[in-house]
Write a protein that binds this ligand. Structure first.
Ligand code: LMR
Length: 334
């Protein structure tokens, strides 16, 4: 009897030692923006929820502000399994060969968050995320950021004001075409390099949602900004498919819950974060903020919407039409 009790005791000690020794699963989540942005805050929220739902079995390490990888490198790192999660802007999937994502970059295709959500929460969004699988990537969710303003060191009231200006864009052919439609010269550049490029005059201007502009201090090196709302910038939360499929089923569903709730959080705070950032830029007194009239906005719209037709062969007419159908946008009605 004594021996039996001893054996049971030893077995129990062994079990708890094994539990203590069990290493948590580590998810490296890399991104390129500041912590104090919609994406930065949502990544932190995901970390907190993942810890809570998996009871510490998964540890998320968030690397913000390009501290681990820059734009292009982070995509490669995810495919190689050096990081497990990212939330790149939808404008950065073209170089991966998933050109359909560039549909989100078409100027004026969404006239606000409501129209956008019809796509990101519907079948079209689901189908687009599914297209990543053949690249070894699993698309988990869409996270909002916001609508972009143009900025430069000279006033921007009409398309001609950007003529000949070197404008930084993300790695999207649609965004390059958008700048050409305004007579500007597009310069593709990693996000981490934009501030310095603006400061040194390598580029004259850029386009951003306000939270990105403010947290990178771009307003300190851009004298003018115009609230054109001419395009959308948001994210796809992605993971390495092999890693995700290899997780224990229970852990995966706990993480799915963490993704779901952090997505709700991201999409709740995005507009407010951008509004706050705009007010902070205004308060800084460093950048003159111009609110175009409806008529002035229409001039930009007329100059930019032809980009939809021009990029049809790259993105696919079907993808563009399916978004028009969801949002009710009709380019012939301008
Ligand atoms: C940019 O490069 O301007 C953005 O994609 C950065 C980001 O992740 O919001």
């Amino acid at each position: 009897m004594k021996i039996r009790a001893l054996l049971v005791g030893l077995f129990a000690v062994g079990l708890s030692a094994a539990a203590v020794a069990a290493e948590p699963i580590v998810i490296k989540f890399s991104h390129v923006v500041a912590n104090d942005t919609p994406k930065g805050k949502a990544a932190e929220k995901f970390k907190e929820l993942a810890d809570k739902y998996t009871k510490g079995a998964v540890k998320v390490e968030v690397y913000a502000n390009s501290t681990l990888y820059k734009d292009k490198e982070e995509m490669e790192a995810l495919q190689l399994g050096a990081v497990q999660m990212l939330a790149p802007s939808l404008a950065k999937f073209g170089p991966l060969g998933v050109r359909e994502f560039e549909v989100f970059d078409l100027p004026y295709i969404f006239d606000g968050y409501d129209a956008l959500h019809k796509v990101t929460t519907g079948d079209v969004g689901k189908e687009l995320l599914g297209k990543l699988e053949k690249r070894g990537i699993k698309g988990l969710a869409f996270w909002d950021n916001g609508f972009k303003s143009f900025s430069a060191n000279t006033p921007i009231k009409k398309p001609e004001d950007l003529k000949g200006k070197k404008m930084r864009v993300q790695s999207s052919k649609v965004l390059e075409e958008q700048m050409r439609a305004l007579g500007a010269i597009p310069q593709v550049m990693a996000f981490s390099e934009v501030y310095q490029a603006l400061q040194t005059g390598v580029v004259d201007g850029t386009e951003n949602p306000h939270s990105n502009l403010y947290t990178q201090k771009m307003h300190e090196v851009q004298k003018h900004m115009t609230l054109t709302d001419h395009g959308y910038l948001g994210y796809a939360v992605i993971t390495n498919k092999k890693f995700w499929d290899g997780l224990p089923a229970e852990t995966r569903s706990q993480l799915e819950q963490a993704v779901k709730e952090s997505t709700e959080f991201a999409n709740q705070i995005a507009k407010e974060e951008n509004d706050k950032a705009l007010e902070a830029v205004r308060a800084s007194g460093k950048t003159e903020i111009y609110q175009p009239t409806d008529a002035e906005k229409m001039v930009f719209k007329k100059a930019l919407v032809p980009v939809h037709k021009k990029m049809e062969s790259r993105i696919g007419a079907e993808t563009i039409q399916s978004i028009y159908k969801d949002t009710g946008f009709d380019p012939s009605k301008l």
